[in-house]
Design a protein around this ligand. Structure first.
Ligand code: 26Y
Length: 828
């Protein structure tokens, strides 16, 4: 039978066309119809998917046969972005598909823009997970991503009457050609119920978790192609549905409508992605989500591993030789007690053996040190939902505290800060402490972040296990963020060094010397200009806003958060507005024309963030309609920021702002994307900015503001000795308070401004304002020397190899996972 399918599909233009037509006729069942681009998108996607599937199934079979150790990346979020462009590019079929489509009257770019992007993540953390999947496949690592197939992804943001309004993102309306529904892969997941204690024949006490309700987890698989390799990995997302037992039990109870409602509740577990708010609120449905996801994932991993147990000398103890599980923040940390439960209650291993296996399997990545953002669950909630896990957590904690007691006898302060249980009312389970205790390695995501993680968040754990804490600086994939997003720059690179840079970014380093070549600089500028022009057209088409592509394009695009300080940006813009309106004609001539672009979503319940969006929209309205600003200043709030929009914006930027209060942004990854695309940064000494500056040279970055190690002292001082407010800030605030940008009746703007009162300026907005204006002025000055500016951009962009996720993943593989690449080559 398999002889019939042993060869790969042909990829010449004529074969691709036949495949497209076949899908139109047989998959879409639209034989001999004139098709719109949206239906042709479906056909194209299916044709590409066929080509992914053959590589994917073969890769999986190959790694199973080899018994390779696998990495499992557990993440509640994957922000994958659109798949079509990525797939044809990674398969090396972009040219062939473009030509195949062109000949039959369709444009690949148009077809690509028909795809609705799955927004199954909030921001940085989710996008990082997707960059990692791309790199893992590209570098031939046997690795699977596990997550949730939310029905509603990140909400769609619209601006209505100058305010953010959220709309549900039902992304599955037109189906999803990139996933394969695995009806044969389903697992039961228990919730609620009770723990039964009993004795085995040898008199050992055993525990069984029983009763409660059982829901089913259903697998949906998405192939993740590597670039320039046959290796194709898997992303498995779970969807919840009612179980058969569930069905019978409740219906037989005679409550028909109640039973239907209960079934609906099962499906609601994977309904919606939770937004990351200013402060983390433990929501019961979210805990259900986390456990549901973890339980299904571990059953799946466990089943795959168990196929090897008994073969040769493999025993349960070998699990860490075959399985590495990375926890993307604490969101999946309930996996630690869940694996313990499987090993203790199902496998019946003794505690110490189970614990050793567990600790060797898990590693934990921390993405924030902000105390208010750390996950905590009320003990009563876990007890109700996961009674056996609560017992296990207490046991883990008990044994751990004995170790603490041994190391620091009677040090109650240490005990209570290191304990998994916070002695509040109600008591809380600190998921970060659980994750640290249950993992062999804990990593931060940028050098400064890891340093603060060690010194501020986990100092006692560090003393106990100095080797456990390491840094792995984040990175982004050059495939999506350069090759696909910026064809103009990519073709310059390929022209200079050949196509090898795409998976070896170091090859761009030699181009740095070309910064001295005027002709090369000319070409570089032309590429940037192409991208700015394209953005200007996009803004006109989709927002009816005209901007001058020769102006300096300044962008701040990221989630709206107080610590990211979009307010500082707005105050800077208002200051500039004031300067422009008061300038003499002579002064106007010296000013740099600027287009300010701000984009990002505010969590629906985050009042300050929503106020900020309002203010940006209002400032934009006033500035853009003031004749005085005409050729000098435009302000644009671009709604519904997402991956696809980032791909249009980033390549067109001259300056981007990464201006968090020092010490608060763990890493940032947008910063890396901008510099790779030939933009420069105005930024604080925070997150990966610091390492970027080291890599590209300080003369190529505009830095300002308090340093992380000064922040605490500044805050302490301001309380009793409030600093004098900068007159320019005073004026800008005065303009806003006076109602130049309107006076919302809920006092939204005053609320924003009150938070920068010099006595309680938590985010140091007032404190950093003067040096911020200084950095912006420096950037303006530099931009006026076109040749020097271009040289800076070239040097910076070609120094970015270490921010490729390829480097990041090599570090994870070597320092944490202990896995090797396993390239698969198809039979030919
Ligand atoms: C608890 C829950 C609602 C929650 C969900 C998502 C909490 C946080 C998040 C997302 C966090 C996040 O995106 N963090 C970012 O991770 C990036 C990748 O490491 C960092 O670059 C960035 O600095 C950090 O804010």
């Amino acid at each position: 039978l398999w002889k019939l399918s042993s060869t790969y599909l042909p990829n010449d233009v004529a074969s691709l066309q036949r495949s497209l037509v076949r899908h139109v006729e047989y998959t879409l069942a639209r034989r001999r119809y004139k098709l719109d681009t949206s239906s042709f998108y479906q056909a194209t996607a299916h044709s590409v998917r066929d080509r992914l599937i053959e590589r994917w199934t073969d890769t999986q079979q190959y790694s199973a046969k080899k018994g390779a150790k696998k990495v499992y990346y557990l993440s509640l979020e994957f922000l994958i972005g659109r798949s079509l462009g990525n797939a044809v590019s990674n398969l090396g079929l972009r040219g062939a598909y473009a030509e195949a489509l062109r000949q039959i009257g369709y444009d690949l770019e148009d077809i690509m823009s028909e795809e609705k992007e799955p927004a199954l993540g909030n921001g940085g953390l989710g996008r990082l997970a997707s960059c990692f999947l791309d790199t893992l496949a590209t570098q031939n690592y046997p690795a699977w991503g596990y997550g949730i197939r939310y029905k509603y992804g990140m909400f769609e943001q619209r601006i209505v009457n100058g305010k953010q309004v959220e709309f549900p993102d039902y992304w599955l309306t037109d189906g999803n050609p990139w996933e394969v529904e695995r009806l044969d892969v389903q697992y039961p997941v228990r919730l609620f119920g009770h723990v039964r204690e009993f004795q085995d024949p040898d008199g050992n006490t055993l525990y069984a978790w029983e009763g409660g309700e059982v829901v089913m987890a259903q697998a949906y698989d998405t192939p993740i192609p590597g670039y320039g390799t046959y290796n194709t990995n898997n992303m498995r997302l779970w969807s919840s549905k009612p179980s058969h037992e569930f069905n019978l039990a409740s219906f037989n109870a005679g409550n028909y409508y109640g039973a239907v409602e209960a079934k609906e509740r099962c499906e609601s577990i994977t309904s919606v992605l939770y937004p990351n708010d200013a402060t983390e609120e433990g929501k019961r449905l979210r805990l259900k989500q986390q456990y549901f996801f973890v339980s299904a994932t571990l059953q799946d991993i466990y089943r795959r591993f168990k196929k090897n147990v008994g073969r040769g000398s493999t025993t349960m103890k070998n699990m860490p030789d075959k399985v590495a599980i990375q926890l993307n923040d604490t969101h999946p940390a309930i996996a630690i007690p869940e694996l313990m439960r499987l090993l203790l209650d199902i496998e019946r291993l003794p505690w110490d053996e189970a614990w050793e296996i567990t600790r060797k399997v898990f590693a934990y990545t921390n993405h924030t040190i902000l105390p208010e953002a750390l996950e905590k669950w009320p003990v009563p909630m876990i007890t109700e939902l996961l009674p056996r896990h609560m017992q296990i957590i207490y046991e883990i904690n008990h044994r751990f505290l004995l170790e603490v007691q041994k190391m620091w006898p009677n040090d109650t302060a240490r005990m209570s800060s290191m304990s998994i249980i916070e002695e509040s009312s109600p008591k809380m389970v600190r998921m970060s402490n659980l994750a640290v205790i249950g993992s062999h390695t804990v990593n931060g995501v940028a050098m400064i972040h890891t340093k603060l993680l060690k010194s501020l968040l986990f100092p006692d754990f560090l003393l106990m296990w100095p080797e456990k804490f390491i840094n792995v600086t984040n990175g982004v994939t050059p495939r999506r963020w350069l090759l696909q997003a910026n064809p103009a720059l990519a073709s310059i690179y390929t022209g200079m060094v050949g196509p090898g840079w795409v998976n070896d970014l170091k090859r761009l380093e030699p181009i740095k010397t070309m910064a001295q070549d005027p002709q090369f600089r000319q070409r570089w500028r032309a590429a940037k200009q192409t991208n700015k022009q394209a953005l200007a057209e996009w803004l006109y088409r989709s927002m009816n806003i005209r901007v001058d592509p020769n102006a300096l394009f300044d962008m701040q695009i990221k989630r709206i958060h107080e610590y990211k300080r979009q307010l500082l940006n707005v105050l800077g813009i208002v200051h500039r507005y004031a300067e422009i309106t008061q300038a003499t004609p002579e002064q106007r001539k010296t000013m740099v024309p600027r287009v300010h672009i701000i984009a990002g979503k505010a969590a629906p319940g985050y009042v300050m963030a929503k106020n900020l969006v309002m203010l940006v929209c209002a400032v934009s309205e006033v500035v853009n309609s003031d004749a005085a600003c005409r050729d000098l200043l435009k302000v644009v709030f671009v709604p519904n920021f997402n991956v696809s929009l980032a791909e249009i914006l980033i390549p067109a930027s001259d300056i981007s702002q990464h201006i968090s209060t020092a010490g608060m942004e763990a890493s940032g990854t947008g910063n890396m994307k901008f510099v790779m695309n030939g933009g420069l940064i105005v930024g604080t000494m925070d997150g990966a900015n610091i390492e970027i500056e080291q890599a590209i040279g300080e003369h190529n970055m505009f830095t300002f503001g308090a340093k992380a190690d000064q922040v605490a002292a500044i805050r302490r001082k301001m309380a009793h000795d409030p600093p004098k407010i900068d007159p320019r800030l005073h004026r800008a605030m005065g303009m806003i308070r006076a109602g130049i940008f309107g006076k919302p009746d809920d006092g939204a703007y005053n609320q924003l401004l009150d938070a920068i009162d010099p006595r309680k300026d938590v985010y140091l907005t007032a404190h950093d304002f003067p040096s911020y204006l200084g950095a912006i002025a420096e950037a303006d000055a530099a931009y006026q020397y076109e040749e020097k500016w271009t040289a800076k951009c070239i040097e910076a962009a070609c120094s970015m190899w270490m921010f490729s996720s390829d480097r990041t993943i090599r570090e994870y593989a070597a320092k944490i996972w202990n896995v090797e690449p396993l390239p698969f080559r198809p039979p030919r």
